[in-house]
Write a protein that binds this ligand. Structure first.
Ligand code: FAD
Ligand code: SF4
Ligand code: SF4
Length: 478
């Protein structure tokens, strides 16, 4: 009932409890406790049920947020889950790792005067409850279809597309070069933001619903694009972006300096129980080391917080802008600070120093100049401002670029942009190759999980139309 809602004036915002800093630093478990049923209902009831819900408009998936908040406030959780999962293939994952302060919650109308409704935490609560209660089950399409779709990449874009295509009855095979599915959900994002069993229960459900996930299969090594096109009626490229952006400064190639993803993958693999020689011999383990991470995005935040948990002697984050202008989520910066990370704002690396192994980074101070084309103030170097930070491990988290897919896939005709992202036609999401579509980071450049899911869903819709129109055309010709 409506009078169960609109409690934002009398009831304060309350995020789920956070574990104490000492316990957080000691393991890789998630830092937020779950809501109990009363807290979830109370927080959901703060929603003012806006006529024009800006939360919904600013959710990339267009989630029906006010409706599932109301159902939660009324204790109708199974219906809330049905609604939440109708627009989102992974609500418990987005509830955990979307930067809500920039999306739904940042646009909640009560945010300014009363603090936003805790939309992400309620979404996580609804979906985790659904899993606990056994409401999330493998599904069977209402009719099987003969056409097959090959998807390259088992990250959120590929998996969301796979689920939607399978629901439509198609035969779906997802290929991934890693030994486990999930893409960056499994191997990039650390467990303290997203525990791995949360990802793997989703992928297990997809295989139980008839989707084939072929791991350890690298397109380019184990098959060419032409091989896959001969095998499937349509292809989706959802390979993400993995080439680390270069840092051009003296000493960058010396021992002890690592690319962020190498470091995070090793840590995630250890958490999954794998043998990782480069970690086990100490190379990619920050224990006892003085660590400097260069960068200010989500990846940098994940590196600094991983180093804290590995027992680093000190962890510093060097970023060329200030706190207000960094790309990482405000919440994640706050979590990192609580855990003991030292931010060195307005600083850039000038050189890495040492003999064979890094022993220090020489940096310079930056100041913020005029706003650039995107409206962000560009950092400029302050003359004669060099200073030195001792370190024995450097991690470079400066972003990612696409690999050279036309070369990798043996398909020189595949059209890419000058940045290497795959060019697609809008709104069909088809590349210049007939029946070959693309979605996720490989089209957008490094982005967010929620956008990858959105793209995967959109691509599935377009692939469905493509395949059905081909079948209709064949029928008409027969
Ligand atoms: P990916 O998740 O990268 O998946 C692509 C898959 O394709 C991978 O499994 C890869 O193995 C496979 N693949 C690649 N090439 C081949 C090939 N030739 N053959 C077979 N398989 C191949 N986003 C958020 O919303 N919140 C966060 O907190 C967040 N944190 C992040 C932290 C880190 C460290 C990083 C790197 C990213 C983070 N992101 C976050 C961004 C988010 O993870 C990505 O935007 C999202 O995963 C992109 O999805 P995707 O499916 O396009 O690609
Ligand atoms: Fe907010 Fe992300 Fe959930 Fe959308 S998917 S409601 S942006 S947490
Ligand atoms: Fe509720 Fe905020 Fe969305 Fe309004 S904008 S419907 S108050 S969650």
């Amino acid at each position: 009932m409506a009078d169960d809602m609109l409690k934002f004036v009398s009831r304060a915002q309350a995020m789920p409890d956070k574990r104490t800093v000492d316990t957080r630093r000691a393991d890789f478990g998630e830092i937020y406790a779950p809501y109990d049923p009363k807290a979830a209902a109370d927080q959901a009831a703060r929603c003012s049920q806006c006529g024009i819900p800006y939360c919904h408009i600013h959710c990339p998936l267009g989630n029906n947020i006010p409706d599932w908040l109301k159902l939660t406030a009324e204790g109708r959780l199974e219906e809330a889950y049905d609604l939440a999962s109708a627009t989102n293939n992974m609500p418990e994952i987005c509830g955990r790792i979307c930067p809500q302060d920039r999306l739904c919650e940042g646009n909640c109308v009560i945010e300014k005067d009363f603090d936003a409704v805790t939309i992400g935490s309620v979404e996580k609560y609804i979906a985790d409850t659904a899993w606990d209660q056994g409401w999330v089950k493998p599904f069977t399409p209402s009719r099987e279809r003969g056409e097959s779709v090959g998807i390259i990449g088992a990250g959120p874009a590929g998996l969301a597309a796979a689920e939607e295509l399978r629901r439509a009855g198609f035969q779906v095979t997802v290929y991934d070069r890693h030994d486990r599915p999930g893409g960056l959900l499994t191997y990039g994002i650390p467990g303290f933001k997203l525990e791995k069993h949360v990802v793997l229960r989703r992928t297990d459900r997809l295989t139980a619903s008839g989707i084939t996930i072929q791991c350890d299969f690298e397109v380019g090594r184990d098959a060419t694009m032409a091989d896959l096109r001969a095998k499937h009626d349509a292809i989706l490229i959802a390979t993400g972006v993995y080439r680390p952006r270069d840092l051009k400064c003296p000493g960058v190639g010396m021992d002890g300096i690592h690319a962020a993803l190498d470091y995070l993958i090793a840590s995630n693999r250890k958490g999954l129980g794998d043998t990782v020689p480069a970690f086990d011999d100490g190379t990619l383990d920050a224990a006892g080391k003085h660590v400097v991470v260069i960068g200010g995005g989500d990846t940098a935040m994940d590196c600094v917080r991983t180093a804290v948990r590995q027992g680093a002697a000190s962890v510093k984050c060097l970023y060329r802008r200030d706190r207000d202008n960094m790309p990482g989520s405000v919440r994640e910066v706050q979590n990192a600070e609580e855990e003991g990370v030292d931010f060195v704002w307005l600083s850039g690396p000038e050189a890495f120093l040492g003999d064979a192994h890094v022993s220090a980074v020489r940096a310079y101070r930056m100041a913020l100049g005029a706003a650039d084309a995107t409206g962000r103030r560009a950092p400029v170097q302050v003359p004669d401002s060099s200073f030195q930070i001792d370190c024995d491990m450097g991690i470079l988290a400066l972003g990612f670029e696409p690999e050279d897919l036309p070369v990798l896939f043996g398909e020189p005709a595949l059209r890419v942009t000058r940045w290497g992202t795959v060019t697609v036609d809008h709104p069909t999401m088809m590349t210049n190759l007939d029946g070959v579509f693309a979605a996720g980071d490989i089209v957008r450049g490094a982005s967010l999980v929620v956008w990858a899911i959105r793209d995967g869903r959109d691509a599935a819709e377009q692939i469905t139309s493509y395949l059905l129109s081909k079948t209709t055309a064949k029928g008409a010709a027969a």
